[in-house]
Every structure is written in structure tokens, then in C-alpha cells.
Design a protein around this ligand. Structure first.
Ligand SMILES: [Zn+2]
Length: 427
């Protein structure tokens, strides 16, 4: 089912998350005396590889996928980190021969379809509000660079800023004294990387930045909290550096799911727990959402109660069976909110009326901006639209018909919950 894709559904500009490319292919020759057996990103700091701090920061900033650009001894990094870190999907791009920093990014495009990506290094850390940087970069419509202030720019090369905040020029390494340097964190449009020749060694400093400076490169000032573990003296102060870094907890999000036709097969006024059958894509999809920090709540119209077809106890038994089936796959529901009224009762809780969703958000402590409403009917989408919440229409249940009718405007249209998870959080 997931093979059928309507291309118009992936509006990447509306995605809440972003993709990062992390350069971890450096040779680390200068650090070899301090950490002889490991690639630099695996150099331990407080008992954990340095790269852990970088990935923690990305996860907390709302990054959904990190593509690690591997070179020298890359296999060790893949072995250590696997496929996921704190809800962040990890992918690996392995260069067959040294391609330089920009060549490695060009190669990593094979793993990414986004219009723009965050680029950073696996052996340096800048204590900057990454989420804010990405938001501003997206709004600016131009490539952006994070710059840091250091006491001595000699090892790094200096960045001169223009009055309007853009980068005016970049100088080679070797100029001593206090100044502003590149923190090695960029927001780059895909077009910049696509323009590079594939499989040819290229460097960001020499082959990408000069052109960007000419056409317009924004600078985002990050202050002084910058660490590059490239030399033993700076590696030695890493532990003290991170003692002063506070990484915010990853943002929690709520997936609000309709029941019949979205989670389980649509049966007319289901009143028998034996009729509870999870739809294709539900288990994989919800698991993926959960592993990316989402909680799941169900909001459902059950007018069968108001119509006298079944009672609250029967509904509770059906819902208990649903929870049990999901539980066997490691999926926990935060709750099931239902409206028992008939359409003509004039209640405020029958979807698309907002009361049920408002109550669920209130009881679980979520704001509207943290939530995504999913369902197969016009009433599900209208519910989200009325409250200003993002919506997704699934083609399961009555969804294909709802899509054909075209009477509502969901933000996303997907085959099923598995497809939605793929679009929304990756993997
Ligand atoms: Zn109601």
C-alpha cells in the first residue's frame, strides 16, 4: 500500500523537523597522541563519545534524521551508534575514498530529499540554540553560518561580518588574536550541494564558502561557547566545557488519532471486542512516532451509544481490546476520549466540534502547536482546521472517499499511519 505516493503530499517546507549532515570523517592526526585508537568523534568525554553530545543537541533541537558522513574508521562509529539516538534516526553515508568535507556532503544527498539541511561537525560543539537557528535560517531564505567568538582565531580562520550581519569575508588560518570564527554549523540549501560535481574531492572552505559569501551568506552569532577537540589542549578541557552546557529536553508531541477506519478496521457501530482489527501500517507507524518522542491519544465519535446500539461498558471493552493489542507491540495510548452523542444532540464534543480535543490537550498538558490530528473523515480534518492544528488524512477506512470528495483540506494525505510516520519523522 505504501508504494502508492501522491507527490503533492510531501510539503517539506511545513515539516516541523529537519535533517542534519554530520561530518565525522576527519583524520584526527593532531589528537592521535591523546586518543590513539579512536576516530575523533568517539574520543570519550565524561565516559561517553564526544559525538553523543552533538547528537543530543540535534535531537533536542527537533532534528529527525542525522546522516553521518563517514570516512576514516567510520565503521567504528556506525557500530557504536546504530540506527537511532534519542529518537533521532541515524543514517550512514560512507565515502569510498576521501572526498573532502563538501564532497562528503554531496555524497550524503543520496540519503536525503529535503530542500535544505543543517551541516555540523562530529568533533566540535557550539552551545547555540539550534532550533532557533534553523527557524531563522528557514525564514531568511539564504544560506546561514553559525559564528563563535574566540580568544585566538589562529587555528580557525577569521570571519569578517558586514553591518547587515552577513559574512563579508573569510580569512585563512594563521591570523592570531581575538575574533569571530566559523563554528562549522551551516544551513545549506540543497541546490548548493547539488551544484558540486559528484565523487570529486571538494572542501567547504575552498569550494563552497567563497561563492556563498559572494551571493549572500547570513551569520548567526553564538557567543563564546565553542569547543573543537582537534588538539589535545582543547580536548583536555572538554569535560569542564560540557559541565556548563544545558541541553533542553526533547520537545514532546502528541499524535491525536481517530479510532474507526484509522487505527482499526471500520465496522458499522462496532460493539464486539472480537471485531477489533488493527489496520496495516498502524503498528510500525505508531512505534516510529513513539520512538521520536510522540505520545498517542485517541479521539473518537461513538454515536452508537446515543443511538442505543451499545452501552458505555461495551465501548470500554472494545477500547480495552484495542489498548491490549497495541500494548502487545509496545505501543501505549495516553487515553481514549469519546463523544457518545448523536449528531442531532447539539453537543460540543462530537467531532468536528472542538471540546473533546481541547479536553485531551488540557488533560495531557499539550498545546495546539505540539499536536497532529489524524483521521479518515472530513470531521477529523475539520476538527483540526477549526482549532488551527496540523492535520493528516489517511486513505484507510473512509479516507479514500474523503480525499475524492475534496470537501476538506488536510495538510497531508497519506496511505496509512506507517506512511505518515515516514513523512513526518523519517525512516
Ligand atoms: Zn458529544
Amino acid at each position: 500500500m505504501a508504494a502508492i505516493r501522491a507527490p503533492e503530499v510531501a510539503r517539506s517546507g511545513e515539516r516541523s523537523g529537519f535533517t542534519a549532515m554530520v561530518l565525522v570523517g576527519g583524520l584526527g592526526t593532531r589528537l592521535r597522541a591523546a586518543v590513539p585508537d579512536l576516530p575523533k568523534p568517539l574520543a570519550p568525554v565524561g565516559g561517553e563519545p564526544f559525538l553523543t553530545r552533538v547528537l543530543d543537541q540535534l535531537a533536542a533541537a527537533g532534528c529527525t534524521t542525522a546522516i553521518l558522513c563517514l570516512g576514516h574508521r567510520g565503521a567504528q562509529i556506525e557500530q557504536r551508534f546504530g540506527r537511532e539516538h534519542r529518537g533521532l534516526s541515524l543514517r550512514y553515508s560512507v565515502e569510498p575514498e576521501p572526498l573532502g568535507t563538501a564532497g562528503a556532503l554531496r555524497l550524503a544527498l543520496l540519503h536525503c530529499a529535503d530542500d535544505a539541511v543543517l551541516v555540523c561537525n562530529g568533533d566540535s560543539y557550539c552551545d547555540v540554540d539550534l532550533r532557533g537557528f534553523v527557524q531563522r535560517a528557514r525564514g531568511s531564505g539564504m544560506p546561514q553560518l553559525v559564528v563563535a567568538e574566540v580568544a585566538d582565531t589562529e587555528r580557525f580562520g577569521r570571519v569578517e561580518l558586514a553591518r547587515d550581519g552577513r559574512v563579508r569575508s573569510l580569512q585563512e588560518k594563521g591570523v592570531a588574536g581575538a575574533g569571530v570564527i566559523s563554528a562549522g554549523i551551516y544551513w545549506l540549501p540543497r541546490s548548493v550541494l547539488v551544484a558540486l560535481p559528484p565523487s570529486v574531492p571538494r572542501s567547504i572552505e575552498h569550494d563552497v564558502l567563497p561563492g556563498l559569501v559572494r551571493s549572500g551568506l547570513g551569520a548567526h552569532r553564538a557567543g563564546e561557547r565553542f569547543l573543537d577537540i582537534g588538539v589535545p589542549a582543547d580536548y583536555a578541557r572538554a569535560e569542564a566545557f560540557f559541565a556548563g552546557v544545558r541541553i533542553p529536553a526533547p520537545r514532546r508531541r502528541l499524535l491525536v488519532v481517530d479510532r474507526d477506519g484509522t487505527l482499526i478496521a471500520e465496522r458499522h457501530y462496532l460493539a464486539d471486542p472480537r471485531g477489533v482489527e488493527l489496520l496495516p501500517g498502524v503498528v510500525d507507524g505508531l512505534r516510529t512516532f513513539q520512538s521520536h518522542g510522540y505520545e498517542v491519544a485517541v479521539v473518537t465519535n461513538q454515536s452508537g451509544i446515543g443511538r442505543g446500539y451499545f452501552d458505555q461498558q461495551t465501548l470500554a471493552a472494545v477500547n480495552a481490546e484495542l489498548s491490549a493489542q497495541l500494548g502487545r507491540h509496545g505501543i501505549a495510548l495516553r487515553g481514549i476520549w469519546h463523544c457518545p452523542h448523536t449528531p442531532d444532540a447539539g453537543c460540543r464534543c462530537r467531532k468536528p466540534q472542538p471540546a473533546l480535543l481541547e479536553r485531551a490537550l488540557d488533560e495531557l498538558g499539550y498545546g495546539k502547536a505540539d499536536c497532529l490530528v489524524v483521521g479518515d473523515k472530513q470531521s477529523d480534518i475539520e476538527l483540526g482546521t477549526r482549532l488551527g492544528v496540523r492535520t493528516a488524512l489517511v486513505r484507510t477506512g473512509y479516507g479514500a472517499g474523503t480525499e475524492r470528495d475534496g470537501r476538506c483540506t488536510p495538510d497531508l494525505v497519506v496511505d496509512d499511519l506507517g506512511h505518515l510516520a515516514e513523512l513526518e519523522v523519517g525512516r
